[in-house]
Design a protein around this ligand. Sequence first.
Ligand code: AGP
Length: 368
Amino acid sequence: FIVDKGNHRHFMEKEIYEQPEVISHALSHYVDFHSHEVKPVDAAIDFKSLRGLAVSACGTAYLSGLVGKYWFERYARLPVEIDVASEFRYREMPLSKDQAALFISQSGETADTLASLRYCHEAGLKIGAIVNVKESTIAREADAVFPILAGPEIGVASTKAFTCQLAVLASLSIAAGKARGTISAEEEKQLVKNLAEMPRIMSQVLNAIQPQMEALARDLSKFKDVLYLGRGTSYPLAMEGALKLKEISYIHAEGYAAGELKHGPIALIDENMPVIVIAPHDRFFDKTVSNMQEVAARGGRIIFITDEKGAAASKLETMATIVLPNVAEIISPMVFSLPIQLLAYHTAVFMGTDVDQPRNLAKSVTVE
Ligand code: AGP
């Protein structure tokens, strides 16, 4: 069927603004909004008996898997091995049948991800696939398919598929925690309640921050290099922010774990390289603020993406501070995805690049 841009200038913009709706749809497949329980997971993946999970994907899908690793390990005490599919397929990691393998792909056709799937299949592992395109090769070859239900994603830069992948991974990690007895019934209810609130919060955030992100994009477009920092689940998000920015605005951007700053990238800090810090007021906040101080002390300009508590707690001077509402930890990666997507989008629009079809990139990489 035909997909159009509606009232939007680009598919990417449309897909960013669709997120509250599609995430709600995706969540309703995995959680019950009335009882606040997770729905049963496809029996082909028996979380209860697993000793580990091997996750593999490319690009943005890999970064959603990296956030998922934090969740599976925290809520289900399930060790997760994760790698980009182009490394995973060749790295000869020892696999055992008490592990399951999980592949994440919007298109379901990415060559390296498919090759990793086949490698795990040959090793006798049960295969789960988190995909958007249900008729895809990866979906067909999996034992259990976990659809993300994002609807067609046309923009080459992935947005709604990323946050829907996160919503599915969050739901699965709660289901795994329930099956393994590592979260209580009350914790399950609380986490599902938090997920259920997410679409409304995302829609408020999208409306609230749009003008500020547009103005900030104008300033950002003057720079050639950008560093993104984050800790915990904000670390994969920092890499996703950098990936979005380089893909569509062609500004050189790097995403780093905030704690790695001193181990190299700090040498680059000066007034010509803005540092975008993703720091909700979570258990890592103070540590990330101390990294920000190191940046400020070297004359670096900081763009601070935080929440109300974080903004109140930090006294540092910034180039801009984006303040999101205080939200539960499990939904913060999805909510904090919105400013990084909008920032990349508006920077690219301002620079006049081809937002939906950036140079040298294909929506689906079907060759190695
Ligand atoms: C994301 O913005 C990229 N265009 C790219 O990294 C993409 O996520 C990657 O190629 C994986 O694609 P897939 O999800 O269809 O497997």
